[in-house]
Design a protein. Structure first.
Length: 134
C-alpha cells in the first residue's frame, strides 16, 4: 500500500488520538512518522535514535530518508493525506522537523508532546514547508 492508494482516499479514517497520547522520545518527530507509516500504511521506514538530536543531525536524517529517496519518497507541490511534511523555521534553512499531513492538519512531535495542528497555523511557525509522498 502507498499513501496514493485509493483505499486511503475513499473513506479511510485514522485515529489521530492514538498517536497524540504516545511518547516518542529523542527525534520523536521522525519516530512518529515511522509509527504512523507502519500502523496505518503497512510501510516500514528506518528508525533513528541518534546520540544527539541537534538540528544538524535531524537535517541529515531527513535529507537521507526523503531527499535522497532511500525510501522512494518524491516531493509534491501540495499536501495529500499521509504525506510527510518537512519544516524549517527559516526559508533558507534545511528542514529540521517533520510531521504527517492528514485532513488539513499536521500531526507532529515536539519534545515531550505531540500535536495535531492546522497547516495554516503551523506555517506561521515554519517559513519553509515541503511535502513528500511515496
Amino acid at each position: 500500500r502507498s499513501p496514493n492508494d485509493a483505499w486511503i482516499l475513499i473513506g479511510y479514517k485514522m485515529d489521530v488520538n492514538k498517536y497524540l497520547n504516545k511518547q516518542y522520545g529523542r527525534l520523536g518527530c521522525w519516530l512518529l512518522i515511522v509509527d504512523i507509516y507502519m500502523q496505518e500504511l503497512g510501510l516500514e521506514l528506518q528508525e533513528y535514535v541518534p546520540e544527539s538530536a541537534t538540528l544538524k543531525t535531524r537535517a541529515a536524517i531527513f535529507r537521507r530518508e526523503l531527499h535522497n529517496n532511500s525510501h522512494g519518497f518524491l516531493q509534491i507541490k501540495e499536501p495529500t493525506n499521509f504525506c510527510v511534511v518537512t519544516m524549517a523555521k527559516l526559508k533558507d534553512q534545511t528542514p529540521h522537523h517533520v510531521g504527517i499531513y492528514y485532513n488539513g492538519k499536521v500531526i507532529h512531535a515536539l519534545n515531550d508532546m505531540n500535536y495535531y495542528q492546522d497547516i495554516f497555523s503551523l506555517s506561521d511557525q515554519y517559513q519553509k514547508m515541503e511535502y513528500w509522498t511515496r
